[in-house]
Design a protein around this ligand. Structure first.
Ligand SMILES: NC(=O)C1=CN([C@@H]2O[C@H](COP(=O)(O)OP(=O)(O)OC[C@H]3O[C@@H](n4cnc5c(N)ncnc54)[C@H](O)[C@@H]3O)[C@@H](O)[C@H]2O)C=CC1
Ligand SMILES: CC(=O)C(=O)O
Ligand SMILES: [Mg+2]
Length: 572
């Protein structure tokens, strides 16, 4: 725990924090501070007598007061700001509160409210969190990472973003750091990743959002995003420095623009311990939702037809994992790809289509195949409605960031040909969901099996309460990170992702009326344990584990989980 404050160590043997800090230095460190919960002895030894009010509270009392303060905030953004401030004051208490009220608070620290916090970043800014690396100062990358105070053995995980494709809301420049910070909160809440052993990194390469460039309060680099050569050199310098300083850390990439996301992952995935959440995490959670939905519907995965709307980072990541799962289910690679129809901003992906991107090509249909389908001149291709009419899909997935794109006509057309349509409007935040569950259930007579990217309340139809699963990569990445750490895996393999997906699907039984197709958020910790166990085993099977895994793996996973308790603290 060197990153906390000079002169502070947390023993790996007895868990005791030993610190030479005194007085305000202790209170101002969110990792050392426990405010009114410092005991009388601790107050005396740490020079705190007179600096905090006399009463000593338990953590339970502190948590009750903080929860009341949270509840009294006027709106969700204010709640987000409140929790951020709490995290900056007393990190253990923040995680205690989040863990106790996960279903209520996750939408505040994560999607959807984190999207608003990112849009408002330069206005709501109070204090920095994480490391801000600038493309204009590449020589400072290493020293900035060192300035975190963390040493080679101190970091398990770094979440980095360049802020270009935040959720579905686009380029928000430096404000994007809040998605990295939000993901880290989820890692800890869901899988007990020790927050002291993580870092959020903003890779500031500029922004193309003119409003931000014109805004005098904007806090990031005030220039357009740099060209590809400078970009790649900067990313390379970051990876080189991060892997040199923190050789065991998992490098997590979040919310990059689609071509950069793919290129960066492809460049480093074989060389280092790295993972793109939007491609791989989303692919895995979606696979879990489809496996669970398909199981409830009764037909084998290989017999399904999938229409995917929005073939960007997440969409193509999903298509790849579905294709691979269908291959595992007995189809050839060609047959499997043939069961997926991907639609993007110019309609169905077809070969030779203008603007088709490299990573989309494996999912482009032959033009001849759709020659007599209705084309929309303005769109420049076959629209979603026509694709659904022709294909009669049993699975419809949205990763387009286009709120309301799954219209009543489209959904009714789909539902006319399948008993249990699996419909996954995955776009975030909430207003960008391709459809809302209440409509989907109304249009399908309650038959749709639904999961959404952002949380939705249960829906009542014909006396059945339908619980809506949240198909968010939050079901995947925390357990993936934990399992990777327990097995000391050197790489993230496709096998580890499939194992995560299967473990999630096994956590729920969607056959009961109204049951969700994914495990609920309030069981996120158990889900993450199941994912971590499956991931650790898969790491061994794939030959990337440096730690053996045996029957005790679940115990080891649970033992590795950090808990939001105040550890013993001693003045030295
Ligand atoms: N539930 C989850 O776990 C996740 C959800 N997402 C959501 O998926 C959405 C997309 O995210 P990314 O793939 O990272 O972004 P992206 O920008 O890489 O992909 C979006 C794709 O949608 C396409 N598109 C835009 N307008 C369209 C239109 N009118 N019709 C059809 N396609 C259109 C774009 O051309 C692009 O290919 C976001 O809303 C994001 O929040 C992303 C990752 C995880
Ligand atoms: C959940 C997530 O990673 C996204 O919407 O980008
Ligand atoms: Mg994301």
């Amino acid at each position: 725990m060197r990153g906390v404050i000079m002169g502070t160590e947390r023993s790996t043997v007895d868990g005791v924090i030993r610190t030479s800090a005194r007085g305000h230095s202790v209170l101002n460190s969110p990792r050392l501070n426990r405010g009114t919960a410092f005991t009388r002895r601790e107050r005396r030894e740490l020079g705190l007598v007179g600096l905090v009010p006399p009463q000593v509270l338990t953590q339970d009392q502190q948590a009750a007061r903080a929860y009341a303060q949270f509840r009294s905030q006027p709106d969700d953004l204010a709640k987000n700001v409140y929790l951020t401030a709490l995290r900056d004051r007393n990190e253990v208490l923040f995680h205690r509160l989040l863990g106790d009220h996960l279903a209520e608070m996750l939408p505040i620290v994560y999607t959807p409210t984190v999207g608003t916090a990112i849009e408002r970043y330069s206005y709501e800014y109070r204090r920095p969190r994480g490391v801000y690396l600038s493309v204009d100062d590449p020589d400072a990358i290493e020293s900035s990472l060192r300035a975190s105070g963390l040493g080679a053995d101190d970091v398990d995980l770094i979440v980095a973003t360049d802020g270009e494709a935040i959720l579905g809301i686009g380029d928000w420049g430096v404000g994007g750091i809040d998605i990295a910070v939000g993901k880290l909160a989820v890692y800890t809440a869901a899988a007990g990743v020790d927050p002291a052993r993580t870092l959020a990194v903003m890779l500031d390469v500029g922004t193309d959002r003119q409003d931000l460039l014109d805004d005098p309060l904007y806090l990031g680099n005030r220039h357009p995003r740099v060209d590809r050569d400078r970009y790649d050199a900067f990313i390379d310098a970051y990876v080189t420095a991060a892997t040199k300083l923190f050789p065991d850390a998992l490098l997590h990439w979040e919310d990059f623009g689609s071509s950069n996301a793919r290129r960066v992952l492809d460049r480093y995935r074989e060389k280092t311990l790295t993972f793109n959440d939007d491609i791989q995490g989303t692919g895995a959670v979606n696979l879990a939702a489809v496996l669970s939905g398909v199981r409830a519907g009764g037909a084998a995965l290989r017999d399904h037809r999938v229409v995917l709307f929005g073939a960007g980072t997440a969409g193509v990541g999903i298509a790849e994992q579905l294709r691979d799962a269908m291959i595992a289910d007995g189809l050839t690679s060609r047959e499997a790809a043939g069961r997926i129809w991907a639609v993007d901003r110019h309609g169905l992906l077809t070969d030779g289509q203008q603007g088709l991107r490299d990573f989309q090509m494996p999912f482009a249909r032959r033009r001849a195949e759709v020659a007599d389908w209705r084309h929309d001149e303005d769109l420049g291709g076959v629209p979603l409605a026509e694709v659904v009419d022709r294909v009669r899909p049993s699975v419809l997935i949205g990763t387009s960031g286009q709120g309301g794109a799954f219209t009543e006509d489209i959904v009714r057309s789909m539902a006319a040909h399948t008993d249990r349509p699996v419909i996954l409007p995955l776009s975030n935040p909430t207003r960008l969901a391709e459809a809302v569950p209440a409509d989907l259930l109304a249009w399908t007579g309650g038959r749709a099996l639904i999961a959404t990217g952002s949380p939705f309340a249960p829906v009542e139809t014909d006396g059945v309460t339908h619980h809506i699963g949240q198909a968010n990569n939050a079901l995947v990445f925390p357990g993936l990170g934990l399992g990777t750490a327990v097995a000391r895996a050197g790489r993230i393999t496709d096998g580890m992702l499939v194992a995560a997906a299967r473990a999630i699907a096994d956590q729920t039984d969607a056959t009961a009326p109204g049951a969700p197709i994914l495990p609920p958020i309030d069981r996120l910790r158990d889900t993450s344990v199941a994912v971590a166990v499956a991931v650790a085993r898969a790491a061994v099977a794939d030959g990337v584990a440096r730690e053996p895994v045996d029957d005790t793996v679940e115990e080891r996973v649970r033992a590795a989980m950090w808990l939001p308790e105040y550890p013993p603290i001693e003045a030295v």
